[in-house]
Design a protein around this ligand. Structure first.
Ligand code: WTA
Length: 637
């Protein structure tokens, strides 16, 4: 495959950027032309941010799997599409060529149909990182079902909420999943999520760990048995469903500053073009290269840069089941060496954690195949950037620091490997199609350079969020109402003298823990579920490895004596309600929370105390009970 829209020089970037702003319709039409359409679009773009109502390639008909699979069969059918590396280094890896992947996706599409899944149905996918996860996802897309992948670390309660919100009737899961030394009983978590549930019609269970599972008659079926049925009686083909450009491709739940996680809705054509365009350009992907994105498919990074970006480009994507530190901290480097990985895309938290293990694990690992390194998910500190550059890239690989969000579908602000300059801890420049701006608290745009503000985007790009599932008003309120006619990212940002962007972190009540988004309100709600807890307030604090840690201030009625046991109980409650990823790192019991006279918690003060910056807490005179602050300061942990 060649990529006529791949930007190769700084001049070409400037030209593409200019055109994308001045004439977005012809800019994106030219790119979209290179994809496979069942019918061309009538109109490239119509939009307003007021409702919001955004349509890309309206009237166009397509199926994303024809772009990710069928169109590569003739020339690249025998090329590896997915290289899968097991959690267990001793277990044999699997390679699926484009032909094989196509075959398996078609086969599983027929399984879905046999089980009653129809176009538009929501299918929840809760699996470990095995090729069947990619197959299930693509099979949904093939028949026009909407996939909602849920990260394997979420609890039964979190799954139940998502099933309910998406009104899903189908689940695809595994008996269990391996993650390092752990064996996670996925099916049993699903069973817990389904207690009392009457709407789920079918649970398809793929075998991985052979953990004993309960299979409920009439509801639960084995993946392998269902495949046998289509093998013997089925049609070996499954034509790709005709989808409108704006039909929903998937829902992905993400945390915000209020309420429960919301289902971010992405559409078919715009998302496809954006995932592909950003993949091909930012990483400067060349045919034949091996791309290793270490994210889990349960997050947007996995959707866009393990599945849809690389496969739509006919690339080879490496999927890793395990964790970076098991059996030892050399796992990534061994994978790079074994498969001659060319592009490594990971999170700052992983880099910081591996950095802590020292250079010993790099010994005898040949990393010379690496051409491009990438980071995503949180700001990267300079120390980690330099370590990555020196020890992994050996000073020869550009590092692309890619800023984006679940809601943006793909990378928004990033340097382009070997084309535009990388600067440690800067995402640098917007990609073509992205018009960032900084605004002050009043929404007034801050012009010029060397300025700080809240990061907004002024115009739609193809991968922009279309809605929040079944609650469009929430989408409008969350993203399009804070600043009229702008998409608000929730991030703070600095623009330097040369116009480079540096993300400074969230300005709302959303934490970024190890690159995972967690709403403080969500954690508070979970803590408050625990018996004896009267009230709580959660803030972030700087954490050496995770980027941000979770600090919880809890008012407890003192029952059950031993505070350490109560802490453990609270952690258990949070793990049950959300999942282990949301467990607070620190829990401080307090007699009260600092509130204004109108009852608002002064988080600014709690944040400062959690950060250890107790010297100057600013004006506390507006507090209902200023003396509380001293008590909280003294009992800080
Ligand atoms: C943060 C992940 C600094 C940011 C793709 C954003 C980053 C949130 C970067 C989205 C980066 C992501 N530098 N911060 N390169 N990339 N972020 O939805 O706060 O899981 O709003 O999407 O992560 O997280 P999400």
């Amino acid at each position: 495959m060649n990529y006529p829209y791949q930007i190769k020089t700084r001049e070409a970037y400037d030209k593409a950027y200019k055109q994308s702003v001045e004439d977005p319709e012809s800019f994106w039409a030219n790119i979209a032309e290179t994809f496979t359409w069942q019918k061309k679009w009538d109109k490239v773009l119509t939009w307003n941010f007021k409702d919001p109502d955004i349509k890309w390639f309206e009237g166009g008909k397509l199926n994303i799997t024809e772009n990710c699979l069928d169109r590569h069969l003739e020339k690249s059918g025998n090329k590896p599409a997915i290289i899968w590396e097991s959690n267990d280094p001793e277990e044999h890896h699997r390679i699926l060529t484009y032909k094989e992947l196509h075959f398996k996706v078609v086969q599983f599409s027929n399984v879905l149909k046999n089980n009653g899944v129809k176009k538009g149905d929501r299918v929840c996918i809760y699996m470990g990182m095995i090729p069947e996860l990619a197959i299930a996802t693509l099979a949904c897309a093939r028949i026009g079902a909407i996939h909602s992948v849920i990260f394997g670390g979420f609890s039964a309660q979190a799954i139940a909420d998502r099933l309910d919100d998406a009104q899903s009737e189908f689940i695809i899961t595994c008996d269990g999943a391996y993650r390092g030394a752990k064996d996670i009983p996925l099916k049993s978590v699903i069973d817990d999520a389904l207690i009392g549930n009457k709407s789920i019609k079918r649970v398809i269970v793929c075998t991985r760990t052979r953990t004993p599972v309960s299979m409920i008659k009439g509801r639960d079926v084995w993946w392998e048995d269902e495949i046998k049925k289509v093998e013997t009686h089925g049609n070996p083909d499954c034509p790709a469903e005709v989808m409108d450009a704006e039909d929903i491709l998937f829902i992905l739940y993400t945390s915000g500053s209020t309420g429960k996680p919301k289902g971010v809705v992405h559409s078919t054509a715009g998302y496809m073009v954006w995932a592909n365009y950003t993949f091909v350009n930012v990483f400067q992907y060349q045919p034949g290269q091996v791309h290793f994105c270490t994210a889990d498919i349960g997050w947007i990074t996995g959707h866009s840069y393990i599945i849809y970006g690389p496969l739509s480009a006919g690339g080879t994507t490496l999927m890793f089941e395990g964790v970076p530190t098991w059996p030892d901290a050399g796992r990534f480097w061994e994978i790079v060496d074994t498969y001659k990985v060319n592009i490594l895309y990971t999170a700052p938290t992983a880099i910081r954690s591996l950095m802590g293990f020292g250079l010993e694990y790099l010994k005898n690992k040949d990393l010379s195949s690496l051409k491009v390194l990438g980071t995503v998910g949180e700001p990267i500190n300079e120390e980690a950037w330099h370590w990555y550059d020196k020890n992994i890239g050996k000073g020869n690989c550009p590092i692309v620091d890619t800023w984006w969000q679940t809601e943006t579908g793909g990378i928004m602000i990033s340097n382009i490997a070997n084309v535009t300059e990388g600067i440690p801890s800067f995402a640098t420049l917007p990609l073509p199609g992205v018009q960032p701006c900084l605004v002050d608290e009043n929404g007034v745009e801050i012009e010029g350079n060397k300025v700080n503000g809240n990061l907004c985007i002024k115009a739609p790009w193809p991968g922009i969020i279309r809605s929040t599932y079944r609650d469009h008003e929430r989408c409008r309120q969350t993203y399009f109402s804070t600043y009229p006619d702008k998409y608000f990212t929730g991030d703070g940002c600095m623009r330097d003298a040369d116009g480079n962007y540096r993300i400074t972190g969230r300005v709302d009540d959303v934490l970024n823990v190890s690159g995972h988004r967690i709403g403080t309100a969500e954690v508070e709600n979970a803590i408050n579920m625990h018996a004896g807890v009267i009230e709580s307030a959660v803030v972030g604090y700087p954490h050496d490895i995770k980027g941000q840690g979770i600090y919880a201030y809890v008012i407890h009625d003192g029952s059950h004596g031993d505070p350490n046991l109560t802490r453990q109980d609270i952690l258990q409650t949070v793990a049950r309600i959300i999942g282990p990823i949301a467990k607070p790192d620190k829990i401080q019991f307090v007699p009260g929370l600092p509130k204004t006279r109108s009852g608002k918690i002064m988080r600014r003060i709690l944040r400062k105390i959690a950060e250890g910056d107790t010297g100057n807490l600013g004006d506390t005179s507006t507090l209902l009970d200023p003396s509380l602050v001293d008590i909280i300061k003294e009992s800080r942990i």
